[in-house]
Design a protein around this ligand. Structure first.
Ligand code: SAJ
Length: 409
């Protein structure tokens, strides 16, 4: 039985571990958070993701997945740890290099190491150089004539909320330090993916990931910019986009209160950091999407000036519909600022969280309670529960609908 050690049991590592374990791999999951390790060993999951709980319960019960505090010897290693932004918007790679330092003692000739974390171009080679320094006894690809280790980069592409399906169905792109490394990495994904597994070099694969998310950010920025242009012109943006999209070569995405999550709102900055002179559109798109939240806050202030003392109710805090993830969420940021701007005047409704997040000076209400409040309604997330709300419930309220589900014509 082939063994794989997956470092990082978060939104990407845990689903990958569970799927691999269900397809014949013996999987060792590793996390620095002891609570994650215990939770997984109990057959439970520390995140919310459809279908993942049942799969983890099964593979843990079968003994195919065990969680550990430190890397175990295996045929293959996958690094799936976070690469957040620093305060000055540069990629923070400490977790990747910490993972490499942790796995280095477990490496044996014949092993393959795959990096999945979103990374700037050159990271896979930097990882190779770090491992070469830590394990001078092992021949490294691109350095030794007959390397002992294969090293590849393979970006994850799964959409939160559809992770298990997309892990299996999506095409993958594996970039090797050498062509042989790409082959070794591809063999892992071909063992469980139904999508095509494409081979390339490490730098291309690294930039593919960043390009995908920057592409989405730029396209959403277009929608957000058009929403502000339409508002100035007194035009309903939702009909505008619906009609423009009837053109055979136009496909505009949906405006919102800004862009959130730990990927699309973050990864474009990796490109800007590496190529500040060239990446003008990508930087501007980030600024447009960040500005959309400022614009929404301005709309609420304008409404509050027209209705002094009116209560304000924000609907939704998550970064997108039907998830509980509040990371980089423009909805949460807008609610926080409004709660500070109008002390005591703001309440929030978020059916996907149990208690108000830290730093939010507003009570968390149930949907029914929220809908009973008079005054100003600010719709920030298009959760299914909000879509189902009969429009008659909004009567007499001033509605600011950033997602087009309560006011679209
Ligand atoms: N959004 C809009 N309008 C739209 C689409 C999205 O405002 O028309 C907003 C969402 O509300 C959210 C943000 O954009 O705030 C991002 O949401 P998303 O659904 O576009 O993407 P994520 O962050 O859930 O997942 C993305 C995906 N990347 C692409 O589609 C190119 C996913 O495939 C990646 O695996 C993931 O990032 C990642 O981990 O990098």
């Amino acid at each position: 039985m082939k063994t794989v050690c997956i470092i990082g049991l978060g939104y990407v590592g845990l689903p990958t571990a569970a799927v691999a374990a269900s397809r014949g791999w013996r999987v060792f999951g590793v996390d620095t958070n002891p609570q994650h390790v215990d939770t997984v060993n109990d057959g439970r999951i520390p995140i919310v993701e459809p279908d993942l709980d049942g799969l983890v319960r099964k593979v843990v019960a079968d003994g195919a997945l065990t969680a550990h505090a430190a890397p175990q010897q295996a045929d293959l290693f996958v690094i799936a740890v976070p690469t957040p932004l620093t305060a000055d918007r540069r990629p923070m790679l400490d977790h990747v290099f910490d993972a490499a330092r942790a796995l280095a003692p477990a490496l044996r000739p014949g092993n393959t190491v795959i990096l999945e974390s979103t990374s700037p171009v050159g990271t896979t080679h930097a990882l190779r150089d770090l491992l070469a320094g830590l394990r001078p006894d092992l021949g490294m690809p691109g350095r030794a004539a007959r390397p002992d280790i294969a090293l590849a980069y393979c970006p994850e592409r799964v959409l939160p909320g559809r992770v298990i399906t997309e892990l299996v169905e999506n095409d993958r792109c594996v970039g090797g330090v050498t062509a042989a490394c790409a082959e070794a990495g591809a063999a892992f994904y071909e063992s469980f993916a139904r999508g095509e597994v494409l081979r390339t070099d490490a730098a291309t694969a690294e930039l593919v990931k960043l390009t995908e998310n920057a592409f989405r950010d730029v396209n959403i920025a277009f929608a957000n910019e058009i929403s502000m242009v339409a508002a100035r012109a007194g035009v309903d943006v939702w009909s505008l986009i619906r009609l423009a999209n009837r053109h055979p070569r136009v496909n505009i995405l949906q405006p919102g209160p800004g862009v959130g999550g730990h990927c699309v709102a973050v990864d474009p900055w990796f490109i800007v950091d590496a190529a500040p002179e060239e990446a003008r559109l990508i930087r501007t798109a980030r600024e447009v999407n960040d500005h959309k939240a400022v614009h929404v806050r301005g709309l609420v202030h304008a409404a509050a000036r027209a209705m002094p003392g009116a209560p304000i109710t924000c609907f939704g805090l998550a970064f997108k519909a039907d998830v509980d993830d509040l990371r980089e969420s423009p909805a949460l940021e807008i609610a926080r600022q409004l709660a500070d701007d109008f002390p005591g005047g703001v309440a929030v409704v978020e059916p996907h969280v149990a208690r108000p997040p830290p730093g939010l000076a507003a009570p968390l209400l149930g949907l029914e309670e929220g809908l009973q409040r008079p005054g100003i309604f600010v719709l920030l997330v298009d959760h299914a529960a909000f879509r189902r709300t009969p429009l008659v419930r909004l009567k007499g309220r001033h509605v600011i609908d950033t997602r087009g589900i309560w006011t679209a014509r």
